[in-house]
Design a protein around this ligand. Structure first.
Ligand code: ARG
Length: 492
């Protein structure tokens, strides 16, 4: 460890290692070490351009920074006797470039704006990966749905057989939910992508810095303008955690269904062996562990959101050290989401859907009773409530046949369905699951023509969203690599 540059003045030296470690954010700062080098470079190029730091000193520090950008931050900078990576890197720079040059980098800034900038840079990168993973997941769902627009299955409410639908319709429900999850990530991204640098401790600085220039170098399209808010705001993290918690909740519900569907009771899906485990005692077992762990991880993300909200809610303006303790929740959640999404895509992509079993179940428990009531309304002029009552009473009598329906109609409404012209063939057709599904052709409904239209529309949306992710990543990557090249040119 080089001497801690921060503790030379005001404070007495020497404190128990356990205390230093307790106060240090070093472990979580591994996430932002690379971003910190970029922030240092951008800040220094700005100081140099504004004439705040002389050419010679700027070059000496830039040389050390470029070395770290190329080779990585040295392990000595991660010593957790430093309060954080900002102190560790500054100590390293002073050791390499000398106190006269290295000691000038921190002019016109504070670790408060520095850390907020680093968090936003790294979080942008994580969010782009997540958004890309959500687009892949949507592509898998659209692909499977496209293969199964004619695969009839039961739809459920209250987990009771309700009405027939198709596997396509069911999966497209998730695809639509994941599309909203994508939109939430993109909305949060827009507010992450703002630069707090130059806010310094909170009151900006008297040096003639150029905030917009430094922000531009780091690929930020705009500033977090008010400097008080710039260092104290973590709502970008709260919003992101919230978007992740909702996204993972969608994923968890889908996992729950895969778990249910892979039970022998249901047998609607066979998951690929890779995603399953067996038992140490029961040789026959195949357990859907990936879906279970994913369902459990969702709780961890919700927990991270609550921890972060609770951390912030009592903080007065502006920076408070509590904020440091929020950050590990953010990174743990980022890592979990980043690992879960591709696994979910893979698990779906390799699953086998048992369409015959689904078809077998589609008509169970009088699931087409609504269609029968609708036929009595549409073709025989009954009010819906009367038809609903007649069909319900016939179900209560034990079965849906012309005989029970006619008896129910006499009992309940004093009319004869046979007299109205209802025949066995009419009843049979109305109860057919395929008739039921194909008649539900409203936009967003299960009829194959409706699901086909949905798939086309969402394929277009998906292509546009994927383009957006690619272009945004391109914009940011270009800015950051231009930044490093500019620094390399200066020191050459
Ligand atoms: N390690 C700190 C964090 O993560 C950086 C800012 C420290 N600022 C301070 N005034 N102590 O939030």
């Amino acid at each position: 460890m080089h001497g801690d540059p921060l503790r030379k003045g005001r404070l007495g030296t020497g404190r128990p290692p356990a205390l230093a470690e307790f106060l240090s954010s070093m472990e979580a700062d591994r996430w932002i070490a690379e971003a910190d080098i970029l922030v240092d470079i951008a800040h220094l190029l700005m100081l140099r351009r504004q004439g705040i730091v002389g050419e010679e000193q700027a070059t000496a520090v830039l040389r050390a920074l470029v070395r770290m950008a190329e080779d990585g931050v040295p392990e000595t900078a991660f010593d957790d006797r430093y309060e954080d990576i900002h102190a560790g890197i500054e100590a390293h720079l002073i050791a390499i470039a000398g106190a006269d040059a290295g000691g000038r980098l921190h002019m016109g800034r504070s670790r408060n704006d520095e850390v907020a900038t680093c968090l936003r840079i790294r979080l942008r990168q994580e969010m782009l990966l997540h958004m890309e993973a959500v687009t892949s997941l949507r592509a898998v769902l659209l692909r499977i749905a496209g293969d199964h627009t004619g695969s009839v299955m039961p739809g459920f409410t209250h987990l009771q057989h309700a009405q027939p639908t198709t596997l396509a319709h069911h999966l497209l429900g998730y695809e639509q939910a994941f599309t909203r999850d994508f939109e939430r990530l993109r909305d949060a991204f827009a507010r992450i992508d703002r630069c707090p640098l130059g806010a310094a401790a909170f009151a900006s600085t008297g040096y003639p810095i150029d905030r917009a220039y430094a922000a531009g170098l780091l690929g930020f399209p705009a500033l977090v303008e008010n400097t008080m808010d710039a260092v104290s705001a973590r709502d970008f993290a709260l919003e992101t955690l919230s978007a992740w918690a909702i996204l993972m909740t969608t994923a968890s519900r889908l996992c729950e269904e895969l778990i249910l569907w892979s039970s022998a009771f249901v047998d609607f899906v066979r998951l690929d062996d890779a995603y399953c485990s067996t038992s140490s005692i029961m040789p026959q077992k195949k357990n859907p562990d990936t879906a279970e762990i994913l369902r459990a991880k969702t709780g961890g993300i919700s927990g991270a959101l609550v921890a972060a909200l609770t951390c912030v809610k009592g903080l007065p303006m502006s920076y408070n050290r509590d904020l440091q303790d929020l950050t590990p929740h953010l990174w743990r959640a980022a890592d979990t989401v980043g690992r879960c999404l591709p696994l979910l895509s893979g698990m779906l992509d390799t699953a086998t859907f048992m369409t015959e079993r689904m078809h077998e179940e589609a008509g169970r428990s009088n699931s087409t009773a609504t269609d029968l009531a609708d036929v009595l309304v549409r073709d025989f002029g009954l009010p819906f409530r009367t038809a609903h009552g007649i069909v319900g009473r016939a179900v209560r009598m034990g079965s849906l046949t012309l005989a029970t329906l006619d008896a129910a109609a006499r009992e309940m409404a004093g009319i004869s369905l046979v007299g109205l012209g209802v025949t066995d063939a009419v009843v049979k057709r109305a109860l057919d699951v395929t008739f039921s599904v194909t008649s539900r052709n409203q936009p967003g409904g299960p009829a194959p023509e409706a699901t086909d239209a949905f798939i086309s529309g969402h394929e277009e949306q998906l292509a546009a969203d994927s383009r957006w992710v690619k272009e945004t990543r391109g914009r940011i990557d270009t800015a950051l690599s231009d930044l490093v090249h500019t620094a390399q040119d200066v020191v050459q």
